[in-house]
Design a protein around this ligand. Sequence first.
Ligand code: UD1
Length: 342
Amino acid sequence: MSKYVLVTGGTGYIGSHTTVELLESGYEVVIVDNLSNSERFVLKGIQKITGRKVPFHKVDCRDLARLRRIFRQYKFDAVIHFAASKAVGESVEKPLLYYRNNLDSLMNILTLMREFQVPNLVFSSSCTVYGQAEKLPVSEQTPRREATSPYGNTKHICEDIIRDSVAAYPEIRSIALRYFNPIGAHPSAEIGELPRGVPNNLIPFVTQTAAGIRPMLSVFGDDYNTPDGSCIRDYINVVDLAKAHVVAVDRMTGGKMKQRFEFFNVGTGRGVSTLEVVKTFEQVNHLKLNYKIVGRRAGDIEAVWADPTYANEELGWKAEKTLEETLRSAWAWQQHLDRQAK
Ligand code: UD1
């Protein structure tokens, strides 16, 4: 019998790609999303790729009563909790919104998991919990640092809420995946990242600049202590990242966890600079990008990339896609969007 997974935030960027991978691995998926930062038509993209219509409920995870109805309606084996606000800059302006959204939603999920005996939670965490680490790459042993934004702090606090809940309540267990920088789109170009308004993140800004929607990309800083002076990140293909969630659900539902709360770095192990991203994007897509170097962006970390050894060995998961094919997929997705808009 198929296992049922509740995916909160399932119409979002990582949620939609994970839904596809879960369906293709034989899981049944139910999506809950309040559509605050995603679109209903994403469901059509998922259906086009998988041939499956996913049950969808427009529910805000802060709404305990409505969420309870969903838990009553289905018998879930696991929850993947993506639903959260994620813009670093906005979180500085609206901290209470971020704490309310991200903490209340998680606490509601944990409450209902206990109430309905759903034992398994995969949580979306972030490399932001490491801050600017003294030693690179960062492994799971790298100490977490005080967050530099309310958004980052919510990830920190959410990990602590899960740790304490798992310690107190024997009926639940959890895997937190600490994402590095997810980029790219599904190879079908039917789903991808859908930023609203002016993108905050690098890749959607790059693809929108290439498409002529934005006149120019600003590269934030070339005076960092890195080989070319621009910041370094670990850019991971979103489909590779989605697959890590399937492996995490398999591990939990298959009774293979070694501890009742585990966390893994989900990255490629390769640090790439902003300028390298720009140049590789130009090369693989045969175009020129209009960009200029500007000052540093407040709150940016100089460099961070993953040591993914623990995830590679313990989960048997590894990032497989190259930066080149990932940047091609990002451009194919932007072109798909542009065709739709015409
Ligand atoms: C940040 C957070 C991450 C969070 C993500 C969500 C850290 C280390 N990372 O990622 O946890 O999940 O936001 O939004 O806190 N850049 C430009 N020009 C642009 C946009 C970006 O040069 O127009 C550069 C940035 O300076 C950075 C890199 O590109 O060096 C990546 O930026 P971005 O995509 O915004 O992700 P992070 O800030 O790394």
